[in-house]
Design a protein. Structure first.
Ligand code: PGA
Length: 254
């Protein structure tokens, strides 16, 4: 399938950065720089910034995402946030299964799957993150790891629901390390993910899924990474906190 028929998506993942007033200021900087973007532009921000962020981007082409969501609708889950809470304030996307959640907060493929199902049921678009650890790559099991994550994280997700799923391939060794996967390495795994989706669903459904690369993507390497056939966008950490750098990546996707 012609890559240009898939939606290119550049999403910032702000992680635990920016207070609400700082978030507003950064979005005000970003908005004019990306106003004529050809791709979808998203900022995924901390929970407490969400309401301010949704307000700040009103009338612009920037969409807002959260960085996680719980799978239950409500109840005794101290510290958690539900899909209904996100929906009510106008959040459209949610990052799920980020490697930092898997590494530091006990996230498993089972819980990523529960969150993904809940997000889809509520009308939120999940950005489901997968990726191998360095030692898994060194042991040459990248494909096994990715195939397992894709199968488990998307378990019971229907072909219709898949239309609202974005996959982010983020090799864990490349996140926040300044070590980017080469464009060929990124393409190899993104193409592998698409092949897995074709196996689990069908080729047409797989061809329509936006697959992002993430891991030290910046204004210097975005062109080459986004030039690859199966790399349809980026999930950007560090560089998304600097308006000019983020805007340059958005431009590279256009
Ligand atoms: P990075 O983070 O761009 O800072 O490497 C990417 C991510 O974790 O989504």
């Amino acid at each position: 399938m012609d890559k240009s028929k898939r939606k290119a998506i550049i999403a910032g993942n702000w992680k635990m950065n920016k207070t609400p007033s700082e978030a507003k200021a950064l979005l005000e900087e970003i908005k004019p720089l990306v106003a004529d973007a050809d791709c979808e532009v998203i900022a995924c921000v901390p929970y407490v910034d969400l309401a301010v962020a949704v307000e700040a981007v009103k009338g612009s082409n920037v969409k807002i995402g959260a960085e996680n969501v719980h799978w239950e609708e409500k109840g005794a889950f101290t510290g958690e946030i539900s899909t209904g809470m996100l929906k009510e304030i106008g959040v459209e996307y949610v990052v799920l299964g980020h490697s930092e959640r898997r590494q530091y907060f006990g996230e498993t493929d089972e819980t990523v799957n529960k969150r993904t199902k809940a997000a889809l049921a509520a009308g939120l678009k999940p950005i489901v993150c997968v990726g191998e650890l360095l030692w898994e790559r060194e042991c040459d099991i990248t494909e096994e790891v990715i195939a397992r994550q894709i199968k488990l994280d998307l378990w019971d997700v229907t072909e219709d629901e898949l239309k609202n799923v974005v996959i982010a391939y983020e090799p864990v060794w490349a996140i926040g390390t300044g070590k980017t996967a080469t464009a060929d390495q990124a393409e190899e795994v993104c193409a592998f993910i698409r092949a897995q989706l074709a196996k689990l669903y069908n080729q047409e459904a797989a061809d329509a899924v936006t697959i992002q690369y993430g891991g030290s993507m910046n204004d210097g390497n975005a062109d080459e990474l986004l030039g690859k056939a199966d790399v349809d966008g980026g999930l950007i950490g560090g560089a998304s906190l600097v308006a000019e750098k983020f805007a340059a990546i958005v431009k590279a996707a256009g």
